[in-house]
Write a protein of this length. Structure first.
Length: 241
């Protein structure tokens, strides 16, 4: 199975707040600095959550544009994605209108398939010329996505599992996703306790994976990670074994 060639994306902040980690990037400048450093450490792309000054996720056009512009100025050409998480704007229609009002577009955006309005949002992003990463959190979402047109048109399928997930649970959802026959590459990742075991399982299964302060605050040995670079470097080392 692939090792050194396993595709690794950096997820540099997530819905976490600065209170959870001193080096969590929030401002456009901090996000750009983290993106550059993660790329230099071995990440092939960056996924970020644009945030207000107090560290809260935002889908507002001016907040999204500031973060994207900062990263693109700092590292031109780096594939860059953003969240569309329902927690950032919990009215499906308002979320759709807000995303459609984006003036500066990322290369791709993640759409969690189980969230209300996800299919309409995914189609709107495609119409805007933005690649869609579909987030699959469980088997029911995988089944629903597989029956949709988006199975043929998304750019990536992310199997995103919670802290309690194990290898068996990952294989169950991976099987559902792969049975759909989508041409999109598959990415597997976990959260907190499941993060490192599922990253290694992604290597074993030959699928893409990701790492960063969104997914874990700890290094593989359980010690606190000083920053995203330490996490990306540790992941690169594990994936190259």
């Amino acid at each position: 199975m692939p090792s050194a060639t396993t595709y690794l994306k950096a997820c540099i902040n997530g819905a976490r707040t600065p209170e959870q980690h001193a080096k969590l990037p929030v401002s456009p400048e901090q996000i750009a600095e983290a993106a550059v450093a993660a790329h230099r450490a071995g990440a092939k792309a960056v996924h970020m959550h644009p945030k207000t000054a107090d560290g809260v996720d935002s889908l507002q056009p001016e907040v999204v544009a500031a973060a994207i512009d900062a990263v693109r100025h700092a590292v031109p050409g780096l594939p860059l994605g953003v969240t569309t998480g329902f927690w950032a704007l919990s009215d499906p229609d308002e979320r759709l209108r807000t995303v459609q009002a984006w003036t500066t577009l990322p290369d791709f955006a993640s759409v969690n398939w189980h969230e209300p309005g996800s299919e309409q949002l995914a189609h709107a992003l495609l119409h805007m010329g933005v690649g869609v990463e579909v987030g699959i959190f469980h088997a029911d979402a995988a089944e629903s996505w597989a029956k949709s047109e988006m199975a043929e048109h998304c750019m990536r399928v992310m199997v995103e599992l919670g802290p309690d997930a194990d290898v068996a649970a990952a294989d169950d959802v991976l099987s559902e996703v792969m049975a759909a026959g989508s041409p999109a590459p598959v990415l597997l990742h976990g959260l907190n306790e499941s993060c490192w075991p599922l990253l290694e399982h992604a290597r074993a299964r030959g699928v893409q994976t990701r790492i960063g302060l969104e997914d874990t605050l700890l290094l593989p040995d359980g010690t606190p990670a000083p920053d995203n670079v330490a996490l990306v470097s540790a992941a690169v080392e594990l994936l190259s074994r």
